[in-house]
Design a protein around this ligand. Structure first.
Ligand code: AMP
Ligand code: ZN
Length: 108
C-alpha cells in the first residue's frame, strides 16, 4: 500500500515519534494528541480496518492487545488508560491502516 500514510511511517518515509517497535508492530505518538499520552499501535503489515480482518489476522490482533498495556505502562500509564479502534468511515476512521488508540494521563 504505497499511498497509505501509516505504511509510509513504517517505511520511515514520514517521521514519527516511535515509542515501540518489533518485527510486526510499531507504536508512535499521535500527531494530534487528545491526552497527555496518546499513541497509536499498528501492525507493520497493511490491514485496512477491523472490518477487513480475517482468521489469519487473529494472532497479530492478539499480540496488539497484549502489547499495548506494556507500552502504556512504560509511558506512565500504570494506573490505566483508554483504548479505542475507530472502524470504518461510519466509525470515524480517517486513516485506513488498522490502529489502536491508547490514551491516558500519567499518575504520580
Ligand atoms: P482515526 O483514523 O480516526 O482513528 O484517526 C487517525 C489518527 O491518526 C488521528 O488521531 C490523527 O491525529 C493521527 N495521525 C494522522 N497523521 C498522523 C501522523 N503523520 N503521525 C501521527 N499520527 C497521525
Ligand atoms: Zn498501510
Amino acid at each position: 500500500m504505497t499511498d497509505c500514510l501509516f505504511c509510509k511511517i513504517v517505511r520511515g518515509e514520514i517521521p514519527a515519534k516511535v515509542v515501540y517497535e518489533d518485527d510486526e508492530l510499531l507504536a508512535f505518538n499521535d500527531i494530534r494528541p487528545h491526552a497527555p499520552v496518546h499513541f497509536l499501535l499498528i501492525p507493520k503489515r497493511h490491514i485496512e480496518s477491523l472490518l477487513t480482518v480475517n482468521e489469519a489476522d487473529q494472532a497479530l490482533l492478539g499480540k496488539m492487545l497484549a502489547t499495548a498495556p506494556s507500552i502504556a505502562k512504560q509511558l506512565g500509564l500504570q494506573a490505566g488508560f483508554k483504548m479505542g479502534v475507530n472502524t470504518g468511515a461510519a466509525g470515524g476512521q480517517e486513516v485506513f491502516h488498522l490502529h489502536l488508540h491508547v490514551l491516558g494521563t500519567p499518575q504520580e
